[in-house]
Design a protein around this ligand. Structure first.
Ligand code: ADP
Ligand code: MG
Length: 246
């Protein structure tokens, strides 16, 4: 891990946001150049449940790739948990990604010949978690997503919803600061979609910071905050129900 702590952006309360974007944008060089993401500002606080909705071609994947440290912006700053990601080396960005972000994708991306338990355990191998701890920890997160009884099944023996639960368990096992979900219900029927959204709700209730990118307005409505992206322009929609004081 690097020696410098990097730049830290704090709120008036003194804590760093999980995500802080300042004038962040991305233009693909082309030719011709395409501005897929116009400069935008965004703060996501610890414990937020944010959804970002937009039609095809609006810039969702571009934004997800930048937020997930899979691509670098062409302008602006991205602080993840207070750490400046733009000036970090590729190795440092990869380390940050592994430590701070849990990914959930539409297509599950489970290893087909491994059990649910093994899929989750494997996520800990490169973290050098001792073997015995890996086993205990994987069992704990599988229980947390309601899959303790399916721990020894391989993906083909699991339903789509169960596979996505395994993927969520795998994303959670490293205790990331951020759960980043790309169309997490895109491959699921409406009933299973509801159960995965309920699971995200529950994780949010436990204090997890969640950001979901989707083209589905129904999924987007489940966020405590919903942002819209259109032609690469990110804007926040104010929710009247969310303005109730706590
Ligand atoms: P979405 O995920 O919402 O469908 P994308 O982020 O994939 O949108 O794309 C946003 C815009 O950027 C689109 O106009 C798309 O054609 C363009 N785009 C995406 N990737 C590239 C690339 N590598 N080079 C050039 N243009 C791209
Ligand atoms: Mg996309």
């Amino acid at each position: 891990m690097g020696t410098g702590k990097g730049q830290v952006s704090t709120s008036p309360g003194g804590h760093a946001a999980v995500i802080s974007l300042e004038g962040l944008g991305l233009t693909y060089p082309g030719p011709p150049p395409v501005t897929a993401l116009h400069p935008c500002d965004l703060r996501v606080e610890k414990g937020d449940f944010v959804t970002i909705v937009g039609p095809s071609g609006s810039g969702k994947s571009t934004l997800l790739n930048v937020l997930g440290l899979l691509d670098t912006p062409t302008c602006g700053a991205y602080l993840l948990n207070g750490l400046d990601t733009a000036t970090a080396s590729d190795g440092r960005r990869a380390a940050l990604r592994g430590r701070e972000i849990g990914f959930v994708f539409q297509a599950f991306h489970l290893l087909p010949h491994r059990t649910a338990q093994e899929n989750v355990e494997l996520a800990m191998v490169y973290r050098r978690t001792p073997r015995r701890d890996r086993r205990t920890r994987a069992a704990e997160v599988l229980a947390r997503v309601g899959l303790a009884h399916r721990a020894h099944a391989v993906p083909t023996q699991l339903s789509g919803g169960e596979r996505q639960r395994v993927a969520v368990a795998r994303a959670l096992v490293g205790e990331p600061a951020l759960l980043l979900c790309d169309e997490p219900t895109g491959n699921l029927d409406s009933e299973t979609t509801a159960s995965i959204l309920d699971l995200l709700d529950r994780l949010h209730g436990d204090g997890m910071t969640i950001l979901v990118i989707t083209h589905d307005a129904g999924v987007a409505a489940r966020g405590r905050r919903t942002l819209t992206i259109r032609d690469g322009v990110l804007s926040e929609t104010t929710k009247t129900a969310a303005t109730v004081p706590c």
